[in-house]
Design a protein around this ligand. Structure first.
Ligand code: CAA
Length: 269
């Protein structure tokens, strides 16, 4: 009976709604009663949909957002409440597919942050490539208040982005921060009026989708690589990828279009 109820609910209302607009996929996390908290179903569905988009040659960019007043208010606390002990927590690592899958996505992902972006939500946004925030967004890593620590990258990505002192304050106090504070800290690429959130995310996505997708892939690879290597190794890696673009037809097209004073037409070749 319970299984039937779950199936019926899923048929009517997916936990991740997917729509497309030209070469852009919009993935909307849809668990409004729980402020879009990440449980296994959301986590698995989101990563499965992202992988499908990544493999679809008709798509260039993905946007992740949330319904109503949250982007994601964290991992699902009520699902975690019943876990007993270290082994149980490891065995029921509900977010593992998302945690390990996200860094393997090659196309750019924009987090369009519409409201609460807490705990695993902030970590999900940080695992995306660009964060655009509504002025209503509230950021934070409140796990400490639950007696746990961030478990999806908060203690690792946050200090790399906003620096050690701020990351310590965020994670040790569990305070919430406004979108403006997150932007000043360097976490967010821009803050916009609430109604401008999706138009802005779509404008960024559209501009990216008009570039050579091979080049965009290499840019993402190079910038992500910079977070995990020394400067000298990173500069060498960048020089190699830079030279690699000269093997593409798109590079020839981009430079020819400049010289001929016309808009380039990239064919991702
Ligand atoms: N998990 C499960 N349910 C959640 C949730 C979460 N993370 N966040 C909110 N909800 C549920 C609430 O339980 C509530 O459900 P009921 O109506 O059934 O009681 C509903 O969403 C609405 O929430 P509130 O009534 O609390 O709404 P509010 O406006 O008063 O407060 C809030 C909003 C400040 C976001 C508050 O809900 C809150 O503090 N949520 C928890 C945030 C949090 O601690 N996140 C970290 C989770 S741990 C984690 O993410 C680990 C990790 O790193 C992977």
């Amino acid at each position: 009976m319970f299984r039937l109820a779950v199936l019926l609910r899923n048929a009517a209302e997916p936990v991740v709604k997917v729509s497309t607009q030209d070469a852009i996929a919009i993935l909307t996390i849809n668990r409004p009663k729980q402020l879009n908290a990440l449980n296994k179903e959301v986590s698995d569905t989101l990563i499965q949909e992202l992988i499908k988009c990544d493999q679809n040659p008709a798509l260039s960019v993905m946007i992740i957002t949330g319904v109503d007043r949250a982007f994601v208010a964290g991992a699902d606390i009520k699902s975690m409440l019943k876990l007993e002990g270290y082994t149980d927590a490891l065995r029921h690592d509900d977010l593992s597919a998302l945690r390990t899958g996200l860094p393997t996505i090659r196309k750019p992902i924009i987090a369009a942050v519409n409201g609460f972006v807490l705990g695993g939500g902030c970590e999900l946004a940080m695992a995306c490539d660009i964060i655009v925030a509504s002025e209503k967004a509230k950021f934070g890593q409140p796990e400490v208040k639950l007696g746990i620590l961030p478990g999806m990258g908060g203690t690792q990505r946050l200090p790399r982005v906003i620096g050690k002192a701020k990351a310590m304050e965020w994670c040790l106090t569990g305070w919430q921060y406004t979108a403006e504070e997150a932007e000043r800290a360097g976490l967010v690429s821009r803050v916009v009026k609430h109604e401008e959130l999706m138009p802005t995310a779509l404008k960024i996505a559209t501009t990216i989708s008009q570039q050579s997708q091979i080049t965009c892939r290499l840019i993402k690879q190079a910038i992500n690589g910079s977070q995990e290597t020394t400067l000298s190794m990173g500069l060498q890696y960048e020089a190699d990828l830079f030279a690699a673009t000269f093997a593409t037809k798109d590079r020839k097209e981009g430079m020819s279009a400049f010289a001929e004073k016309r808009t380039p037409v990239f064919k991702n070749e």
